[in-house]
Write a protein that binds this ligand. Structure first.
Ligand code: ADP
Length: 657
């Protein structure tokens, strides 16, 4: 075969690999080896897209970059699917393809990721005919300690991955102490095969008595699920997911989250992993070595080689880098006691505000917080309420003070008027008598005047005394059974004359002649007189006052209505307050102290009745009194005090008209 023929065949080979076997030749271009930089051939055991190798390259590239050597080191990255296509023919063709692509002198160092690539290149570097003869070889992720010859040793250095399964099983035993069955989900890669061998040895050595292993091995998720479902009825089962799977149904490689979600859909048993790709996919626990850490260490070795150091001086790394991880959310999902999670375990997916504690501790904390918050809110509420009450009390006391001041001013006026009249009248009488110019009629007229004004003074004094008694709950009632219709009618008749003086028509009406009920006659007379005297006071000449009595089965209803000046709607609610007068001293037209209605209301209420008012300005007012109908036994009657002379009480109560 001529040289031209050899070159042509090699060229065809390269094209065949690039287009039909779909090996992405490298990520930076068809051939990016550069003459004056340090060329590294990076050989991945898996096909492109394997997440774990991605993590390693991430660590590798970021370390080179952080050391500012990205322009000095040129990475020629190859993804050789040697792990799954582990036949001699395939490996030979790969070697040929790489030899053609990177002829002797082009490559300064080789970095192999994982066993499959390592095994190929460990041989190549001691093969005199290979273009990679004596090129320094760095490895990582090599699981088993392969025996190497003394010649190989001079050209090889790397990072070993230690046996991780023991730590993973220790974690499983901690979190699921009752575990009896373990499903190990594997794909057909040599990585999974290595895991299987490792677990086999481990179980024999430590857990043969208490744990049964069920390897489920297939590249397709549908098959894996079918097998996992069959173990669902076995007690105390956990799953370890190691492989990376494809879906026949979806016709793609499943991403880690999809894989875990599918498994969760078919089994409620916890999922553990020894594969970094599943770390954040919703597993419960993991013992893994991070690919980024391996890449970082490999980069440091390559940088030393680039610096001119001989690989012979670089020691392989046997140290433990893997760590145990537990997913915060899964702890609660699978009812794992947080107390079983040791301090050396890294808890992932835990937000800074989340607390790793048993659920009852969390509930207690929330409860205490709630009680605490409730206490604060309650205190604020009570404080505000008290403040409001205090403010209200202040307001009421201010209003009361104002009323008392007004009352004193009114009272002085009320007292001064009758006293002046009495004084003036008696003076006139004195003068006239000394002159001898006074006749009997005059004397009678003047004495009547003095009488009426004395009653006026007496009424004021009585009201003040009663009001004080009411304030201290000392007003004594003299209850007796009597015909209330007669009591009211007699009082009404006695006041007709006073109404007449103002030319007011007074009408009495009743639907019943007799209702026997227990009342304090004197106090009820005062009530009726107060209502009538107000009606007369606030009704203009020629007006009409109507007193009507009606009854229900429970109440006797006494209504006093007039067609007088009326009361403004907004003032109505105050008229039963002590000392309240709708008009002040300057604007009002009638005399009064503003006490009458408050005493009236009190008297009605101690009779267990009620009083209502309706009024419209310039149309008149109606006061309605309800007194319950009831009688008392003879011996309960207390009628020591009796006002017999109606005209006296009328004179007294109407003295300010
Ligand atoms: P006074 O001794 O001043 O009459 P009251 O307590 O009996 O005191 O009445 C309080 C206020 O209610 C009166 O000053 C008056 O302004 C109003 N009032 C009471 N009855 C009537 C009525 N029939 N028509 C109009 N205003 C009335």
């Amino acid at each position: 075969m001529t040289n031209i023929c050899k070159v042509a065949i090699t060229f065809v080979f390269v094209l065949f690999f690039a287009f039909f076997i779909r090996i992405p030749i490298n990520v930076y271009g068809m051939d990016n080896s550069v003459e004056d930089v340090f060329n590294v051939l990076v050989v991945n055991s898996y096909e492109q897209g394997n997440d774990w190798e991605k993590y390693i390259l991430e660590g590798l590239e970021s370390t080179i970059k952080s050391e500012n050597h990205e322009n000095n080191i040129n990475l020629n990255i190859e993804y050789l699917d040697i792990d799954s296509k582990n036949s001699e023919e395939y490996i030979d063709s790969v070697k040929k393809m790489l030899g053609a692509k990177y002829p002797k002198g082009k490559i300064d160092a080789i970095y192999v990721i994982y066993d499959a690539a390592y095994e190929v290149f460990a041989k190549e570097i001691v093969n005199k005919n290979s273009p990679f003869y004596h090129i320094p070889l760095v490895f990582s992720g090599v699981n088993k300690k392969v025996s190497i010859s003394s010649e190989q040793e001079k050209h090889i250095a790397g990072i070993y991955s230690l046996n991780h399964s023991l730590n993973l099983f220790t974690l499983i035993k901690n979190l699921n102490p009752d575990v009896e069955n373990v499903n190990v989900l594997l794909d057909s890669s040599s990585y999974c095969e290595a895991i299987k061998n490792e677990i086999d040895k481990l179980i024999k050595a430590y857990f043969e008595e208490d744990i049964r292993i069920n390897y489920i091995k297939n590249d397709y998720m549908e098959y894996i699920i079918d097998k996992v479902e069959k173990t669902n009825n076995k007690e105390n089962t956990v799953n370890i997911i190691s492989g990376q799977f494809k879906s026949i149904y979806l016709n793609k490689i499943l991403d880690p989250k999809e894989t875990v979600d599918i498994i969760k859909k078919h089994t409620s048993e916890p999922i553990y992993t020894n594969n970094q790709i599943y770390l954040n996919a919703g597993i419960l626990g993991a013992y893994i070595e991070k690919g980024q850490d391996l890449g970082k260490l490999a980069a440091k070795m390559l940088l030393r080689l680039e610096d001119g150091e001989s690989i012979y001086n670089i020691k392989s790394d046997n140290s433990e880098r893997a760590a145990t991880y537990v997913d915060y959310n899964s702890i609660y999902k699978y009812n794992i006691s947080p107390l079983n999670i040791g301090e050396s375990i890294e808890v992932i997916n835990k937000k800074p505000y989340q607390l790793l504690a048993p659920v009852w501790v969390k509930i207690s904390i929330v409860f205490i917080l709630f009680v605490f918050l409730f206490g604060i809110v309650e205190n604020i509420y009570i404080y505000r309420k008290n403040k409001k009450i205090e403010e209200n009390e202040k307001k009421i006391s201010k209003e009361r003070e104002k009323l008392v001041t007004e009352f004193i001013i009114n009272l002085s006026h009320e007292l001064r008027t009758p006293i002046n009249i009495i004084l003036n009248t008696s003076k006139i009488m004195e003068i006239n008598m000394s002159k001898g110019t006074i006749n009997n009629d005059d004397i009678l007229d003047k004495l009547q005047n003095i009488n009426q004004n004395s009653y006026r003074l007496l009424k004021i004094a009585n009201n003040i005394i009663d009001l004080t008694k009411i304030e201290f709950n000392m007003l004594e009632l003299h209850i007796e059974n009597c015909n209330i219709v007669t009591v009211v009618e007699e009082i009404f008749i006695s006041s007709i004359d006073i109404g007449k003086k103002k030319n007011i028509e007074m009408v009495f009406d009743t639907d019943i002649e007799e209702i026997i009920t227990a009342i304090d006659v004197f106090q009820i007379q005062r009530v009726i007189l107060n209502l009538l005297s107000n009606a007369i006071k606030f009704t203009n000449d020629g007006g009409l006052i109507l007193l009507s009595i009606s009854h229900t089965s429970e109440y006797i209803v006494i209504e006093v209505s007039d067609d007088g000046v009326g009361i403004k709607k907004e003032k109505l609610k105050y008229i039963f307050d002590n000392f309240y007068q709708v008009d002040n001293l300057l604007t009002r037209k009638s005399e009064g102290s503003g006490i009458g209605l408050s005493i009236t209301k009190y008297i009605i209420e101690v009779h267990n009745g009620k009083i209502e008012v309706e009024s419209e300005i310039d149309k008149g007012s109606t006061f309605r009194v309800y007194i319950p109908i009831k009688t008392i036994k003879e011996d309960e009657q207390n009628n020591k005090l009796k006002i017999i002379d109606n005209s006296k009480i009328v004179e007294l109560e109407m003295s300010d008209i």
